[in-house]
Design a protein around this ligand. Sequence first.
Ligand SMILES: Cc1cc2nc3c(=O)[nH]c(=O)nc-3n(C[C@H](O)[C@H](O)[C@H](O)COP(=O)(O)OP(=O)(O)OC[C@H]3O[C@@H](n4cnc5c(N)ncnc54)[C@H](O)[C@@H]3O)c2cc1C
Length: 346
Amino acid sequence: MNETLVNNQNHRITLADTGQSFECGNDDVLLRSALRNNVAFPYECNVGACGNCKFELIEGEVDAKWPEAPGWTAKDRERRRYLGCQSVPRGDCTIKLRPNPHYAPIHQPKRVTGTFMSRRPVTHDIAEFRFELSDDMWFEPGQYALLTLPGVSGQRAYSMSNIVQGSHAKVLDFQVRRVPDGQGSNALFGTLAAGQQIEIDGPYGMAYLRRNVKRDILCLAGGSGLAPMISIARGVAADPGMQGVKLNFLYGGRTPRDVCGRDMLEVLENFGKHLHFDAAVSHAGDGEQWGGHTGFVHELAESMFGDRLRDMEIYFAGPPAMGQAIQKMLLARNVSFGQVHFDQFY
Ligand SMILES: Cc1cc2nc3c(=O)[nH]c(=O)nc-3n(C[C@H](O)[C@H](O)[C@H](O)COP(=O)(O)OP(=O)(O)OC[C@H]3O[C@@H](n4cnc5c(N)ncnc54)[C@H](O)[C@@H]3O)c2cc1C
């Protein structure tokens, strides 16, 4: 038999007790195949860290793509529990998993070829990378995609900072922070040349703009969390159905030179009327000029809005410590988590 046929086999994955099943190739993983087939498989990070996509393997065999994934414990192995985002089927399987309609994809994810077009600096350690796609990829503001980068093991999740404009869904912009010694971010900053092609798989993520909710919006971004919040602000500005909605955008940086985002919002029509930008830095420093707020972004949000937070739709993105501090503050303020949206970064 031809080797390509042997290498590209599809297997049937059956969800015990639900009557649902879907096909998964051995070039894909269970989570993403399920979503491609409209099966509402719960997940969050898609990169082996959060553990939200665990399922129990009842029958059949899977290979774990990344056995050291932080979200996969020794106890999971004993109990035949696997991560959906890391599991490649060896044959037909039966799994135990409770699909949750919350995770039903608005746009079914797909794999396309992305050609690296350009890079522009945003701060001293964040740059924006533009890719043109071989095929349309529709997405909602706030969603992310998985990039397969040359020489990097596994995929990396990066959020789109742009929005789909009209019927043009062939461009993705990512704003990436260069992580010291990070494989993926350094491949983007260092090795990728203009014209080079990579695989991009998406869209994913549940922290997307809720267009049907008309209350005021608060976007909180820190560090590498800029992109999805910028996309949400752009999405609100471009949506005629959201014209009366107020959006406050707060950015938290370590030092003044980390602060960014204002220039991207100032060009939007509603800036200064319905759209406002503020920033806080945790280390104002001695030598640098900083006339803005000092402290963490969750402290700024609390001092600016207090009990009004309960009446806002809240989106946030950034480093895990920032995410935890925001959640703790919102919990203490009795904000309902139905109106809070985030995909934790890892
Ligand atoms: C939902 C989401 C959205 C994100 N959006 C952004 C964004 O817009 N901008 C931004 O700068 N960063 C974003 N990140 C963080 C980004 O994905 C990377 O974690 C970050 O760039 C560091 O990656 P690195 O390869 O440079 O560092 P590394 O230390 O080399 O890699 C760390 C990341 O890679 C994963 N990983 C490592 N090895 C493997 C493997 N073998 N297989 C699979 N996964 C592996 C880890 O789980 C971790 O996420 C996002 C993360 C998530 C989860």
